[in-house]
Ligand binder design. Structure first.
Ligand code: BES
Ligand code: ZN
Ligand code: ZN
Length: 503
């Protein structure tokens, strides 16, 4: 599938399918309105009979409508004019794309100028349209032997038609939305690949391959011997139970003067988490292939920052391993030493994410960055607390908190600030070592995990931890542009917005 901005008048184009939009009646109007005057007249019966209501995401296809240069017509609802937002538009164009796909055409035109409320909003809506279309186009079917039916879809070309396509800001915004959504799709694929086909080695190789040809982006991968040399005892302790070698992935983007401190992103890249000796129940365990989504999304974040050529220095760090049970696996009670010298008792081998992040955060601290944001599918407790709409984040830094809230408004992703206090830190004190990897108390499982991570971050560095356990995959049918079951790419767009604030 391909999407492009087309500088044309919708009335002078020839294309097999046309998508126009309709708006729900406002208080003063009784009926919906289609965003194209001529069609508004032609569809008067459907409008007055209320088969076209303009309701958000409503998609009505008129096959063989044969109007001017168009064979088929699709009318997609935007909702009430004063309720149109970037997010509602991402969702509306998702409905539009599904309706286009059902027509089995190779080309379609989308009437962009019918969406925008005013000229000044055109750029930001162009970004939302690009995001909505590209995000919706994602399918993960490469492991099926029969993908023939997909061919028509693959060849589909959607033109986003607007008289403003020559406008620099509109063009740049459409490009930005496309880059972001393509990167999200790239990271979704990494997450959707099963554990046998997405090992730590493959994850690292994928980062290297994706960065190839992108200016000012360098990827370094540490193997097990190097990880040992670098004293990453947490990552090694978890990897001890696996026949697959761990990897530590370092992505460095230089977009500003060398003297400028980087912004740093850290990800949990657990390519399969069976829990280790504290083994997980069998039901649903296959979903633990997604335990590397934090890592995949950090890789995506760096790819996006570099492709958008942001004027920042940025570093992405991904600690990657499996958590399995061979004869050398870490046992409950074992003590390991993290890179920063702190020791911890592993009282539950299933609380492994925090152990590998301990080393990654210690290393991040050594880079003296302006900020560290980490993403991890860290705790089941986060799923219980917030479900799959909001990503819970933890920070004690109020300035960073404001930056994150602003970033999330810009990106359209939902975040929720969670508590992190000295009470939670106290719960993670060890008996035989500095720390225990599970809490002495009951409840607040996500906050105590965050408190554990905090022990590995330099006190002077603004840091936030994003627990994407609930939002990393399987967001249900809540978002029409995200797979019902499958990796979501959560926080990539928000992290890019955070990075922009350090330009
Ligand atoms: N990867 C899991 C967290 C997880 C669970 C993510 C369910 C998404 C859905 C993590 O490694 C884990 O198992 N955490 C334990 C920690 C506990 C033993 C303190 C958990 O949440 O149960
Ligand atoms: Zn686990
Ligand atoms: Zn895990």
């Amino acid at each position: 599938m391909a999407f492009n901005l087309l500088n044309k008048d919708i009335d002078t184009l020839t294309c097999p399918a046309l998508v126009v939009f309709s708006k729900s009646p406002s208080q003063k109007d009784k009926l919906a309105k289609v965003t194209h005057n001529e069609l508004n007249k032609q569809l008067v019966d459907s409008i007055s009979e209320k088969t076209i209501t303009g309701k958000h995401q409503e998609a009505i296809t008129f096959r063989e409508f044969n109007i001017s240069g168009y064979r088929h017509l699709i009318v997609v609802g935007l909702g009430k004019e004063n309720e149109i937002t970037h997010e509602s538009v991402r969702q509306s164009v998702a409905s539009a794309l599904e309706a286009i796909k059902a027509l089995n055409v190779k080309e379609a035109a989308l009437h962009f100028d019918g969406i925008t409320v005013s000229k000044k909003d055109a750029a930001s809506f162009a970004k939302a349209v690009a995001e909505g279309l590209v995000l919706t186009s994602y399918v993960f079917d490469e492991l099926k032997s029969t993908t023939k039916a997909k061919k028509a879809e693959d060849e589909l070309n959607v033109h986003v038609v607007t008289k403003m396509a020559a406008d620099k800001a509109v063009k740049a915004a459409f490009h930005e939305g496309s880059v972001l959504a393509n990167v999200v799709n790239f990271s979704r694929r990494l997450g959707d690949m099963p554990g046998n086909l997405m090992t730590p080695t493959i994850l690292a190789d994928s980062a290297v391959a994706a960065a190839k040809g992108i200016t000012n982006l360098k990827v370094t991968v540490w193997d097990k011997a190097r990880i040992k040399k670098e004293k990453m005892g947490g990552l090694l302790g978890v990897a001890a139970g696996s026949d697959q070698e761990p990897r530590f992935i370092i992505m460095e983007y230089k977009g500003a003067a060398a003297s400028k401190k980087p912004v740093c992103f850290v990800g949990k890249g657990l390519t399969f988490d069976c829990g280790g000796i504290s083994i997980k129940p069998g039901a649903g365990m296959e979903e633990m292939k997604y335990d590397m989504c934090g890592g995949a999304n950090v890789i995506g974040t760096l790819l996006a920052i570099a492709q958008l050529k942001l004027k920042v220095n940025a570093v992405g760090l991904v600690a990657s391993t499996e958590n399995l049970i061979n004869g050398s696996a870490t046992k409950p009670g074992d003590v390991h030493t993290a890179r920063n010298g702190k020791t911890f008792e592993v009282n539950n081998t299933d609380a492994e994410g925090r152990l590998i992040l301990a080393d990654a955060l210690s290393y991040a601290t050594e880079l003296a960055p302006q900020v560290i944001c980490d993403a991890a599918t860290l705790t089941g407790a986060m799923v219980v607390a917030l479900g799959n709409t909001h990503t819970g984040y933890f920070t004690r830094n109020t300035a960073l908190k404001s930056k994150i809230e602003k970033a999330a408004v810009q990106s359209g992703e939902w975040v929720w600030n969670m508590p992190l206090t000295d009470f939670h830190v106290k719960d993670m004190k060890g008996v035989y070592a500095d720390l225990s990897n599970i809490s002495a108390g009951k409840g607040a499982g996500s906050a105590t995990a965050a408190a554990f991570l905090e022990q590995f971050v330099g006190e002077e560095i603004p840091w936030a931890h994003f627990d994407i356990a609930g939002t990393g995959w399987a967001v249900g049918n809540r978002l029409p542009y995200a797979p019902k079951k499958g990796a979501s790419g959560a926080m990539i767009r928000t992290f890019v917005e955070v990075a922009k604030q350090y330009v």
